[in-house]
Design a binder for this molecule. Structure first.
Ligand code: PEP
Ligand code: MN
Length: 337
């Protein structure tokens, strides 16, 4: 149920509604909009329906939510969520390029890549210290040493960074270094991890599970939001289909649909969706045109020797060319970049 307060509702009237909801063990989530305050009631549907909410002072209307997700829906919050990390705003109508190596392998490779992507226009650095690998014998990441290098690169190149967290026990560690935590495709349905990052005050990048529907993906975001962390950035990274010519199939349709259903910003990852470097440029152009809030791209100075995902990594100079064509499209569409 969503309770929309009148434009002139007082703090006290809002509190009365919250108290009534809490009296039946219901959670009340408050969203303060430009015109109205909206209260999202999460709890036993039948019990909520029995409360005479519309009779309370200051209440404009109480609307049952038919969607299976509430807090991340447009019904709950009409205005777009804007996330800010170290002065970089994501979701405010501008376009945010995130780039860097898939994994932190060494100081040299990380710094070389960070310098190049920054020069080409990326505003957020990516790089992982914990890698989810199909084989337990593959490179698993440099762990805390990798996070320390990322933090040094942040200072050197003045770029906030995003890094993956794989285990609920590592959330505090990764959050103590990173500006944004990432939940990867394999962990989108790891509810213990989603709950733990939801309790953190570090923004979260939530990648789409490669077998997840939009509804499942939005419900995963709901797990995070429900715990209090409202800074969630969705990333479409391709889904598994019958097609085997690319690693996964980038679901371009997900972007406008998600924007209709939810107030959360959404990026496209052309690297992990395609798994092929020659597809990164055309998919990046599509990302701007379809209305994504940004891109996340794997870049490596020597992809042939990369410890992870070399086949999809593009060279720094290729990234600069991608940025140029992305800028051209953004300019035509009057998107600030
Ligand atoms: C990544 O971004 O490095 C990654 C592992 O992506 P995904 O979880 O989408 O496969
Ligand atoms: Mn990767």
């Amino acid at each position: 149920m969503i309770i929309v307060m009148k434009q002139d509702a007082t703090e006290q009237q809002i509190q009365v509604v919250v108290n009534r909801l809490e009296s039946i063990d219901c959670e009340a989530h408050i969203s303060v909009g430009r015109f109205h305050t909206v209260i999202g009631a999460v709890g036993d549907r039948q019990q909520i329906l029995q409360l005479p909410l519309e009779a309370l002072a200051g209440v404009d209307r109480a609307v049952p939510v038919m969607l299976p997700f509430k807090l991340v829906s447009r019904d709950f919050q009409d205005e777009n969520t804007v996330i800010e990390i170290r002065g970089v705003r994501i979701g405010d109508g501008s376009f945010t390029p995130v780039a860097g190596p898939c994994a932190v392998e060494s100081r040299d490779i990380l710094f070389q890549t960070a310098e190049a992507v920054k020069k080409a226009g990326a505003t957020v650095l990516r790089g992982d210290a914990f890698k989810p690998r199909t084989s337990p014998f593959s490179f698993q990441g440099l762990k805390e040493k990798g996070l320390i290098l990322l933090a040094e690169a942040r200072e050197e190149f003045d770029m906030p960074f995003v890094a993956e967290v794989l285990d609920p026990r590592d959330v505090d560690l990764v959050a103590s270094y990173a500006d944004m935590l990432r939940i990867g495709t394999r962990n989108m349905s790891n509810f213990a991890l989603l709950t733990e990052v939801g309790r953190s005050d570090t923004p979260v990048m939530l990648k789409r599970g490669f077998t997840a529907t939009l509804e499942e993906w939005l419900n995963a975001a709901e797990y995070i939001y429900k715990e209090g962390n409202q800074d969630i950035l969705m990333v479409e990274r391709g889904i598994r289909t019958f097609e085997t010519a690319s690693r996964n199939t980038l679901d371009i349709t997900a972007v406008p649909l998600l924007k209709e259903l939810s107030h959360l910003p959404v990026l496209i990852d052309p690297s992990h969706s395609s798994g092929k470097r020659q597809l990164v440029a055309p998919l990046s152009r599509a990302a701007v045109a379809v209305g994504a809030d940004g891109l996340m791209i794997d870049v490596h100075p020597t992809p042939e020797t990369a410890l992870v995902d070399g086949a999809q990594a593009i060279l720094p100079e290729e990234f600069a060319a991608v940025m140029q064509s992305v800028r051209d499209i953004a300019k035509a569409l009057r998107i600030p970049l």
